[in-house]
Design a protein around this ligand. Structure first.
Ligand SMILES: [Zn+2]
Length: 167
C-alpha cells in the first residue's frame, strides 16, 4: 500500500520526525493519518491489496478520499464491504475517487449518481475566470451532500474557485 505516512507511523500511534514535519507543513492532515491507519488495519484483517491512498478532504458530514488510478474498486471493497467499515468508523458519508485534472469529471465522481449537465466558464466583473458546473436539479436528492459542501470540497481539491449550480 502507498500511504501518506510511513510504515512505521502506520503501525504506531505516534509520528516519526519526517511524518510529523509533513503534518506541520500541512502536506497531510490529521484525517489523512487516521484514514491511513484505518486502511492499514482493515488491510491486515481483510486484505485490500496494493492500493494508493493519497489524501482525504472533509466538509460537513462528507469525506472524499483520493486514491490511485484503478484503486477505487479495491478500496470500496466487494459489495462495498470496506467502505461500510470506513463509514461506520468515521460516521460520515464517504466518496472514493481517482485523482483527475478534469474538474467536470471530479465533480461527477463526487456527486454520482446525481448528474453533471455541463460546465462553462464565467467571467466576474473583477477577479479571474471561474468554472461553473451545472448539476441536474432533478437528480439533486442523489447527491451525497448539499451544493455548498460539494463546492467547498472541490475548491480545496483543485485549489481554485468554482461555482456549482442546480438547473
Ligand atoms: Zn513516519
Amino acid at each position: 500500500m502507498k500511504m501518506p505516512i510511513c510504515d512505521l507511523c502506520l503501525r504506531s500511534n505516534t509520528l516519526c520526525k519526517r511524518c510529523e514535519k509533513k503534518l506541520r507543513e500541512k502536506k497531510i492532515t490529521e484525517l489523512d493519518i487516521e484514514m491511513a491507519r484505518t486502511l492499514y488495519a482493515i488491510d491486515r484483517r481483510y486484505g485490500i491489496g496494493n492500493v494508493t491512498f493519497k489524501k482525504s478532504f472533509e466538509s460537513d458530514g462528507l469525506i472524499v478520499m483520493m486514491v490511485g488510478k484503478g484503486d477505487v474498486g479495491n478500496i470500496v471493497g466487494k459489495r462495498g464491504k470496506i467502505i461500510r467499515i470506513l463509514k461506520r468508523k468515521f460516521n460520515k458519508k464517504i466518496r472514493v475517487i481517482e485523482e483527475t485534472d478534469n474538474i467536470k469529471e471530479l465533480v461527477a465522481e463526487i456527486i454520482s449518481p446525481a448528474r453533471v449537465m455541463g460546465m462553462n466558464i464565467i467571467y466576474p466583473v473583477s477577479g479571474s475566470a471561474i468554472n461553473k458546473i451545472r448539476i441536474d436539479e432533478t437528480s439533486k436528492d442523489k447527491m451525497p451532500a448539499d451544493v455548498s459542501v460539494i463546492e467547498d470540497i472541490v475548491k480545496r481539491i483543485i485549489k481554485k474557485d468554482i461555482k456549482i449550480v442546480l438547473e
